[in-house]
Design a protein around this ligand. Structure first.
Ligand code: NAP
Length: 250
C-alpha cells in the first residue's frame, strides 16, 4: 500500500466522476479511497478527509463548488487535480498565488484529452500567421458554463500570440443580440449545446483566398482518462499551481 497514491473523488457519481473511479480501479499505483461531498457541513467534510487520508482529490463537480473545494484542499494539505470548469481568470490567479505560497501541488486542466491540447497548441501556432479566427465549441446540453473552459484557454493562448484587432465589418450590426457570439480580444467564441454531443471544438482561420479548420472531438468520456491519470501522478511531485495539461507534456 505504501507506494500507492491515495485518491479521493469529488463528484464521483457524475458523468466524469464515474469514469475516474473506473480508471482508478484499473491502475495498481492508484488507490481509490472514496468520494467526498463538499456540500456537507464543515465538520463532516473534515471527518471524511481524516478517514480517507487522500494524497490527491480529483474534482469533477460544478462551477459553484470548485473555488471552495480548492480552498478546502489548501486547508487540509490535499493536492487537487481539477477538471471542473467555470473558474474565472481572477479566481485562477488567486489560487495560483495561494498554492505557490503553500508550495502544495495543484493541477487545473480545462481539458484532459491529449487531442484537445494539441488542438489548442496548433491553433496558437496558426494564429500567429492567420490572425482572423473564430472558435466554435460544441457540448452536451447538461453543461453549466459557456463558453467552455477549453474555448477560454484556447482563446487565451491565441490572444498571447495574435496582434489584438477587431474582426468582421466595422459597421456590422446584430439584428438578433448574440448572433456574432462572445467577444474575446476582438475575435468571437460560439457555444453550441445539443443532446448527443460530448465535447468538441473547431478553430476556424480565414485569410485571403484560404481557410484553415482545426477540429477536435471527444466522442466519449474515456478520452479524458489518460490525462487525469498522468495529472494525478504529476501533482505528487509538484509545488504550486499548473493551469493546463500542455505544461505537463513537451
Ligand atoms: P455532472 O455529471 O453533473 O457531475 C457533477 C457531479 O458533482 C454530480 O454528481 C454532483 O452531484 C456532484 N457535486 C456537485 N457539487 C459537489 C460538491 N460540492 N462536492 C461533491 N460533489 C459535488 O457533470 P460532469 O459532466 O461530470 O462534469 C463535471 C465538470 O467537469 C464540469 O465542470 C465540466 O465542465 C467538467 N469537464 C471537464 C473535462 C476536462 O477534461 N477537464 C471534461 C468533461 C467535463 P449531484 O448530482 O448530487 O448534484
Amino acid at each position: 500500500m505504501g507506494q500507492h497514491i491515495r485518491v479521493a473523488v469529488a463528484g464521483a457519481k457524475g458523468r466524469m466522476g464515474q469514469e475516474v473511479v473506473k480508471m482508478l480501479g484499473q491502475d495498481d499505483r492508484l488507490a481509490y479511497v472514496g468520494e467526498l461531498d463538499t456540500r456537507e457541513d464543515e465538520s463532516a467534510v473534515k471527518a471524511r478527509l481524516e478517514e480517507m487520508k487522500p494524497d490527491v482529490l480529483v474534482d469533477f463537480t460544478t462551477p459553484h463548488s470548485i473555488y471552495r473545494n480548492l480552498e478546502l484542499c489548501l486547508e487540509h494539505g490535499v493536492r487537487p487535480v481539477v477538471g471542473t470548469t467555470g473558474l474565472s481568470p481572477e479566481q485562477i490567479q488567486e489560487m495560483d498565488r495561494r498554492y505557490s505560497e503553500s508550495q502544495l501541488g495543484c493541477i487545473i486542466a480545462p481539458n484532459f484529452a491529449i487531442g484537445a491540447i494539441l488542438c489548442m497548441k496548433f491553433a496558437a501556432m496558426a494564429a500567429k500567421y492567420m490572425p482572423h479566427v473564430e472558435i466554435i465549441e460544441l457540448h452536451h446540453d447538461k453543461k453549466l458554463d459557456a463558453p467552455s473552459g477549453t474555448a477560454l484557454k484556447t482563446a487565451e493562448m491565441i490572444a498571447a500570440v495574435r496582434q489584438e484587432q477587431k474582426q468582421g465589418h466595422p459597421e456590422e450590426k446584430e439584428t438578433i443580440p448574440g448572433a456574432r457570439g462572445a467577444d474575446y480580444d476582438g475575435f468571437r467564441i460560439h457555444s453550441v449545446r445539443l443532446p448527443g454531443m460530448v465535447a468538441h471544438q473547431e478553430v476556424l482561420f480565414g485569410a485571403t483566398g484560404q481557410t484553415l479548420s482545426i477540429r477536435h472531438d471527444s466522442i466519449n468520456r474515456e478520452s479524458f482518462m489518460p490525462g487525469v491519470n498522468m495529472a494525478i501522478k504529476a501533482v505528487m511531485n509538484m509545488s504550486g499551481l499548473v493551469y493546463g495539461l500542455e505544461h505537463l507534456i513537451d
